[in-house]
Design a protein around this ligand. Structure first.
Ligand code: UDP
Length: 320
């Protein structure tokens, strides 16, 4: 049992991790500014501190007495990061530095950090391992790459051990519906398709069908949020048992095209969806699939929910 501060614990991935940490018997404190996370994602038993990592006083006082940190608090909309870099610099970069300084001040030695495949930008290879050059092409990815470098310095200078988990495309919700991880305004493919199915959006625009892939649409590696959450617990356990700092990809090593995802939703719901082919979106690589060999070897992590229909079912609202 450890005392864990889950920063951004009311958000999509954070709330799923909170549910597993509690199940494992940890003493969890959720720290969140409730800017995008919905309080509906919070378990009643959780201790919630409403605070902001951008305010040193908030995060310094929350850090007292903790054994470890899980850090999910970040802005994550790629397009917005290009239009409003200051927001991303403040929340992601400065906020995380405040958090690391608070850890150092209170002698908290372990952190699991949400990184992203966005650090790779447009890689030359389609199967990406951790040695693939880090070369972000948007400001969001840049903030994640810079934080990884800060973590390496704080390890060296302050002996704070970290695991940075580079998520590929997170999808789905808790199969048992304990945590829903709802988001106010989803921006990603599967939630958008589901909004089309619900009639909340008129149609899905497929961003390009002329890519060099079998059906012409982009291929991504969709990894279930519960599998991601599991990796955080494994990482924490290893860190607290003396493992060195690590940077690890988290993906299923399996590619799914946009059209395949649409078909999967149509099959599960038994109805056709309104879809239109639109121009390519800037900065979309044709194919991005993880090599997750390192996470498998180091953490013993293996994703369990890889069937597309199962993933889609977990993502559907109860009334659809
Ligand atoms: N996509 C799409 N229409 C949409 C949203 C996404 O065709 O309305 C495609 C996008 O081009 C990409 C894939 O779906 O190939 C996943 O996009 P998402 O924004 O979910 O994640 P990303 O891979 O950009 O992190």
């Amino acid at each position: 049992m450890a005392r864990i501060l889950v920063v951004g614990g009311v958000g999509y991935i954070g709330s799923h991790v909170v549910s597993l940490l509690m199940e494992a018997g940890h003493e969890v404190t959720v720290f969140d500014n409730l800017s995008t996370g919905l309080q509906a994602n919070l378990f009643s038993e959780n201790r919630l501190i409403v605070g902001d990592i951008c305010k040193e006083i908030d995060i310094f006082s929350a850090m007292e007495g903790q054994d470890a940190v899980m850090h999910f608090a970040a802005k994550k909309a790629v397009a917005e990061s290009m239009e409003n870099p200051a927001k991303y610099a403040r929340n992601n970069l400065i906020g995380t530095l405040n958090l690391l300084n608070a850890m150092d001040h209170h002698g908290v030695k372990y952190i699991v950090f949400s990184s992203s495949a966005a650090v790779y930008g447009m890689p030359d290879v389609s199967v990406v391992d951790e040695n693939t050059p880090v070369n972000p092409i948007n400001f969001y990815g840049f903030t994640k790459a810079e934080i990884e470098k800060c973590l390496q310095w704080y390890d060296r200078l302050c002996d704070i051990k970290f695991v940075a988990l580079r998520y590929f495309n997170a999808v789905g919700y808790d199969m048992n519906r304990r945590s829903r991880g709802h988001e106010a305004n989803p921006q990603n493919l599967l939630p958008i398709i589901i909004e089309v199915a619900e009639g909340k959006r008129e149609k899905l625009k497929i961003f390009g069908d002329d890519y060099p892939t079998p059906d012409g649409t982009c291929i991504r590696d969709y990894v279930h949020v519960c599998d991601l959450a599991q990796a955080h617990l494994l990482a924490l356990d290893k860190l607290m048992n003396g493992m060195d700092s690590q940077i690890l990809n988290l993906g299923t090593e399996k590619g799914t095209s946009v059209k395949e995802m649409v078909t999967a939703v149509e099959e599960v719901l038994g109805k056709k969806l309104n879809v239109e082919i639109a121009p390519r979106r800037e900065g979309d690589p044709a194919c991005l699939i993880a090599s997750a060999e390192k996470a498998r070897k180091i953490l013993g992590w293996k994703p369990q929910i890889t069937d597309l229909h199962q993933i889609v079912k977990s993502a559907l609202p109860e009334d659809l």
